[in-house]
Structure formats: C-alpha cells, structure tokens
Design a protein around this ligand. Sequence first.
Ligand SMILES: C[S@@+](CC[C@H](N)C(=O)[O-])C[C@H]1O[C@@H](n2cnc3c(N)ncnc32)[C@H](O)[C@@H]1O
Length: 267
Amino acid sequence: MMELKSKSLVQERFGAFATTYATSRSHAKGNSLTRLVELAAPQPAWTALDIATGAGHVALTFAPHVAHVVASDLTPQMLGVARGLARDRNIANMSYVDMRAEALPFADATFDLVTCRIAPHHFEDVRRFVTESARVLRSGGLFGLVDNISPDPSMMEGEAGALAAAVDEYNAFEKLRDPSHAHCLTLGEWRDLVARAGLTERHVEVLDKPMVLGPWADQQNADDAIKRGLRSRLLGGSPALRAFARPQENNGDVDFILTEAVIIAVK
Ligand SMILES: C[S@@+](CC[C@H](N)C(=O)[O-])C[C@H]1O[C@@H](n2cnc3c(N)ncnc32)[C@H](O)[C@@H]1O
C-alpha cells in the first residue's frame, strides 16, 4: 500500500516537471556524469542498464561507448523526455523500460554495467535496489552509483547526536522542496549496502555540487512560501547543517552545496 502511494507521488512530481530535467545543469552537465564515465571505462561490447534515468543523461552519455543501453524509470513522461533527447542526438542504441528500481524485470547476469545517478534518495527500498542491481550484473560487471548524501561522521567533525540531527534537518529541507524525496543515505551507509549486496568496492569519491537555492527550488515549481522556508532552514540551520551545506547569501539568493557520493563496485 505504502509502495503504491509513494510510487504515484514520484510519478506525479517527475511527470509534472519532466521537461525541466532535460536542461537542468546539475543533471545534464554535473561533474559526476563525467566521473561516472571516466571511472567505469565503458567497452564497445557492453550492455548497460541505467536505473531511474530521468531525462536520460547517464544513458545518453554512455550510449556512444557501448553496444546498448536500457534506460529505465517509473515515470513514463521522463522516459518520453529521454527518448526525445536520444532522437535529437541521433542515438539509436537505447531502449526504454518503465520499471521500479526495486524490481528489475531482467534475468540474472544480464548486464555488464548498471548505473544509477541522483535518484535513490527517492526510492522506497534502497537495499532492494542494490541487491537487484547486483543480481542483474554478470560476474565482473560494474555497478556505478551517484547520489546526494547526508552529513556523514566520516566526513565531518562533530558530536554524533548533532550529526544525526543534521541528517534529519537536511532530509526535511530536501523534502520541503520535493515531497517525493525519501531519504539520502550517508556515505558509510552506502558502502555498507554495496558490500552486503556482494559487490566489491573499487572506487569511492565525494563531490561538491554547488547549487543556487532559487533555481533549484524552481525546478520543482516551489512557491514563495516554500522558498522562504527553504531559505530559513538553510541559513538558520544547526551549525552541523551549515557546516555541511555551507550556505552563503548572494544577491538576494543563497548559494549552497549538495554533496554527491560516487561509488564504483564490481560483482
Ligand atoms: C532526479 S531524476 C534522475 C536523474 C537522472 N538519473 C540523471 O542523472 O540526470 C530521479 C528519477 O528517479 C525516478 N524514480 C524515482 N523513484 C523510482 C523508483 N523507485 N524506480 C525507478 N525510478 C524511480 C523518477 O521518476 C525520476 O525520473
């Protein structure tokens, strides 16, 4: 029951704002996209799966380097945007599957590469997504993950209680902008999940993603009351949250940092 409710909230939000993700700078051009390709070193014979592809930026970036990419998402409008961008770029080696990250409709050991970028923080069951990804990878295949992460004790100084409170504060901040936000894991939680799924970590890095509050909120059509709430949660947040997000007032808007983890693991 929970699952269906949340699925429709994700579909509702991403369905409504699908086209904004085609041009969103942090999605279409972010550093993590380049890093994912550099670190995965895709091969021409590979078959790849991109989970929660959104506007398809990861799938479109990998497609010229591999034999085939399956771009998948549970929001049909997003798959429509990805399909349109592939057509515009004359990319013909992609297919599109409407599916949930937690239940992949593929046989074991189907893919050489499974990617997922800036999406698991929307998933109902992140553990299931990782075990499913591991299941559909062939032995020796690569798992490439990028997601926004929560304040992590391994990256920040601070008393455990204050950091745990900052995790809640940070996720509430994200949820105010996008009610379909579920939860960002910490880097430590990600590494643990990947290991428990039987994948061997090959590379881990953390990237700063500089954001501007107004345009970030506009991407989800936030009204003025929500923007005021986001602003006060960021500038008036706890010292741990501010140390993590580093908000700075700038010409009436607020610059801040989202933190992305990049994990490459091998089956
Ligand atoms: C921010 S967008 C993805 C960005 C994209 N991967 C990129 O790198 O530009 C998040 C996507 O996750 C999808 N999504 C959310 N929950 C999902 C789930 N449980 N299974 C599959 N897709 C999901 C949404 O429909 C949306 O298209």
